[in-house]
Structures are given as C-alpha cells and as structure tokens.
Design a protein around this ligand. Sequence first.
Ligand code: AP5
Length: 298
Amino acid sequence: MRSSFPVLAAGLLIACKSLLFVVPSAAPRSVAKALKQDGINSAASQPSFDACSLAATAAVALTAAAVASRRSVTAAGRQSKIVRQARGGDAKGALVVIAGPPAAGKGTQCEKIKEQYGFVHISTGDILRENVKNGTELGLKAKGFMDSGALVPSELIVDLVKDRLTQDDVKEKGCLLDGFPRAPDQAQAMVDAGIKVDKFLLIEVPDDTLVERGCGRRLDPETGDIYHLKFKPPPEDVVERLVHRSDDQEEAIRSRLKIYHEQIDGITPFFKDQVYRLDGTSKPDEVFGLVTNGLSDL
Ligand code: AP5
C-alpha cells in the first residue's frame, strides 16, 4: 500500500493537470476566469490536491452541462446534414437563402456572411445585371423587366440557378442564394429538383425606409462595393465612377415593393421549417449579429 501511494498520487496529479488544460477552453469564460483567479490554471503553478479536486468537480459538472446544452444544437446540426445529403447526395456545404424586400440590405449582409462563413454567393440580380451589361441574349430579354421593376420571367432564370447549384464549389463550400426564389413557381422548381434549403433568412424592413435606402444607393462597378449617399458615404476617390441603378428610382422601387409583398407569402410556406425572420432596421453590424444567430445551428 505504502509503495503504491506515490504512483497513485502521480496519477492523480497528471489527471488533474489534464483536466485543467481542458476546462478553460470548454468552459464559459466566467468559470475559466474564476479558476484562473484561484491560480490553478497555470501550467507553471503547483496545484494542491484540494484545488485539484475542486477543478475536477468543476470539470465534471461543466462537461455534463456542455453535453446537455449541445444536444439540441447537435440534433439541429444533424438535421441540417440530412438535408444537405438530400441535396445531390454529396453536398457538404449548407444552402442558405437570403430574402427580403428590395434594398433590405441583402447584398450588404452577403458580404459579411461570405467573409465569415466562406459560402459561394450567388445573386440572381448580379447575374442578370452582368448579362444586361454584356448584351447577352438573356440580358436583352431581361432588361425591360428589370428597368421597370418587374420580375424577369421564371423560365429565364430557373435552369440557370439549378445548374449553378450543382457545381462543385457550391457543394463543397456551401451557398448563399440571394434573390432566388423570388416567386412561388421558383420555390416549387427548387422542391421539384430536390434542392433542399438549410436556412431561409428573411430580412424585414418597413417600405418607407426601403425607398430611402434604394434611392440613395450607389454601386462601385470596379469593386462591387455598395454605398449609400447618407448611410454609407463613398470615399472621394471613387465617387466619379459610382453607378446609380436604373431600377433605383422611387417609382421603380415602389413597384418592386408591391411585387415583393404579393409574392413572399406564397414562397415562405415551402420553407416553413427553415425560415428565420430578422429585423433589418438597425445598423449593418447589428443586423449581422441577428444573421449569425440565425445561422448558429448550421
Ligand atoms: P436584385 O438585385 O436581387 O434586387 P433586390 O432584391 O430588389 O435587392 P436590392 O439589390 O435592391 O437590395 P439589397 O437587399 O441587396 O440591399 P443592399 O444591400 O444593396 O434584383 C434586381 C432585379 O433583377 C429584380 O427587380 C428583377 O427584375 C430581377 N431579378 C433578380 N432575381 C430574380 C428572380 N429570381 N426572378 C425574377 N427576376 C429576378 O442595400 C440597399 C442600400 O441600403 C445600400 O445603399 C446600402 O448601403 C444601404 N443599407 C444596407 N443595409 C443598411 C442598414 N442596415 N442601414 C442603413 N442602410 C443600409
């Protein structure tokens, strides 16, 4: 018994130190800080056995709490994975739709989401504008609809989006789908094609705020940056080259808003378990906080 004591003590000490390395990273900051204040999470410190047993008890309690609290997140994550597997079988990345009325801040939030989550950003509005600029057949067909604030016919855009969603970068990194589906028949086309959505972010902003945001918006054609004359003034050196979108006149914005309100209630039922509504009226960084809450279970 006497000869086994040093071995037992050494074993306890090693176990205790191991726990102390594990606890701070897994524990809430306040607990880690409390342990640190007790002077027992430094590798250089020599903890007493009392301190060790305290830390071990705390570690066991924290582990149990962490397991319990992560169970629901894990279940949601598992659900998302099942959904992704259903989309083409081998898709590893999530499919996130970002929706909302014109000028709600979808493009602004997409920049932030891309940076944080690494998704491929697919904007049907950007694709169509690029086609208009390049005078392609699609662009020539779409231009009149876009200038007046109407939706382009779904048959011009659905196959293009479906093809894009099957490409490898999207399957690997996940996708942020901006501006699609825009009508119930587009949502139906996604369902028919077996395209499953992991999250449907819906940004909500009152109409009058949207008119002000749209009228003041300016785009940098070289960098793609989005500015607003009042809310996000552009730097002096880029002002000359900024573009005012042809559909960013008040009349066209009001017409886009009317169409949006007519369509959205026919779209959300297709994604009722994935819809996450968020208030888009505060500053872009605050809105982004709400977006990250919405994406926390992916
Ligand atoms: P699209 O390009 O998709 O336009 P949209 O949905 O009308 O959205 P916007 O690009 O106008 O606004 P946004 O929400 O991205 O806002 P942003 O971040 O720029 O579509 C254009 C057209 O293409 C359609 O009308 C249609 O014709 C056609 N089309 C596209 N997809 C289609 C489809 N699937 N089917 C059929 N037709 C389709 O922000 C706006 C301004 O507000 C900026 O100046 C910004 O700086 C500012 N801002 C942003 N956030 C904030 C904030 N939190 N506080 C203050 N200011 C802010």
